[in-house]
Design a protein around this ligand. Sequence first.
Ligand SMILES: O=C(O)C(=O)CO
Length: 273
Amino acid sequence: MPQFAANLSMLYPELDFLDRFDAAAKDGFKAVEYLFPYAFAKEDIVARLKHNGLQQVLFNGPPGNWEGGERGLACLPGRDAEFREGIAKAIDYAVALDCPRIHIMAGLVPADLQRDAVRPVYLDNLRWAAEEAAKAGRDVLIEPINTRDIPGFFLNRQDDAHDIVEAIGAPNLKVQMDLYHCQIVEGDVAMKIRKYLPTGRVGHLQIAGVPERHEPDIGEQNYGYLFDVIDEVSRQSGWQGWVGCEYRPKRGAEPGGTSAGLGWLRALQQQRA
Ligand SMILES: O=C(O)C(=O)CO
């Protein structure tokens, strides 16, 4: 059975961030991921991880001005100093939290530039980040994201992400394959899992129901089938990664709503017991 991590940026929205660690552990999760740890002291997060016996498996590098609409700095010309400063901070947190991977968001293509014009900036920044992360023994991930959720996002397709990873050729640079984004942008998700997991270039998976981004048992995508495919490909190829539950619970911030919505996970655990 795939190993699932709770995404604490989206799950348990009724709780303060640090209290979400306790809630995830209570629901049986062994690992967590989230967008950004930087508003919190490393020591406070480490204490929650330790107290709950949780592994930190992923978080994002600083994205630039998030409130102002920025979604990463990696493809933005003229922002390399800020990008590098952010990556240094992310690596510092990753070491403290014992987190093996950092997601670097690509960013939005600037309105006055063509996508191809920022590609060299993106590649240069990723090359540098992968080198820095390698010195600290961490992986760097890039994620194709659909343009309905983030209009103008630079990286949208799995094939493009894999081409970039291959072009850079750093063993610690990998793809974060979010099956929700993949279904919205390109579909044929099972075949893409079969194609890409055995390459060794996929560092992490994420899931959510399509199209509302609720629980995986709500929507057009048959996750029971996809979990079988992940299991089968993992057995054949030796892929061993985490699957992040990055969805907005249908019951929103209603107290207990996230736990109530985990019926899909409890059913899966029972089936596979
Ligand atoms: O929006 C997403 O899917 C992300 O994972 C952002 O990090």
